[in-house]
Design a protein around this ligand. Sequence first.
Ligand code: MLT
Length: 205
Amino acid sequence: MNPANLTFIHRYLPAPVAAGGPSLLLLHGTGGDEDSVLSLRDALAPGAAALSPRGKVLENGMPRFFRRLAEGVFDEADLRLRTAELADFVDDAVAIYGLDRARLYAVGYSNGANIAASMLLLRPGTVAGAVLLRPMVPLRPETPANLAGTPVFVAGGRRDPIVPPAQTEELVALLRSSGADVQLYWHPGGHELGGDLLAARDWLG
Ligand code: MLT
């Protein structure tokens, strides 16, 4: 398969130096795109290979990874479909770019964190672990995922007006009850990122 046949518009940055560190699947927030999150690679794992797709759903011209009916109210059927689509894309990209799935971490912010969490819950094994920045509970799967030992870093904002801290806590509980090894970080502020990236970088390292 040729990279041109991959089903998401995306950016792929190869690792300039072959290193034993993580590779990153970067997932932007609402209104971002494949380029807007590339700086996360430098913040979290400079020199890592990075794969950055653009969400296919447009909300008033703003790219997202799945449809929502209102702020914080998700179209679950669309979310399930888009999660499968993204996981299939990752499977294909792993083969095409020769990524090591055992070192592939999803790094998502806001809407990107939500689809990353959905992928953990619905398609465990697609990535080795995840950094979820300001995630919500994307859905509650009827069959619990087996995430035994999967490392996940969750960063919530104590004063986040978009993601109530109780949502962050519920997601952490859901991931832990599926066996994931979750580290929870609290930013004292809101939806914007603060010291999260430094903490996530330490965790990844
Ligand atoms: C967003 O604006 O992206 C929301 O906070 C999260 C979402 O809708 O997935």
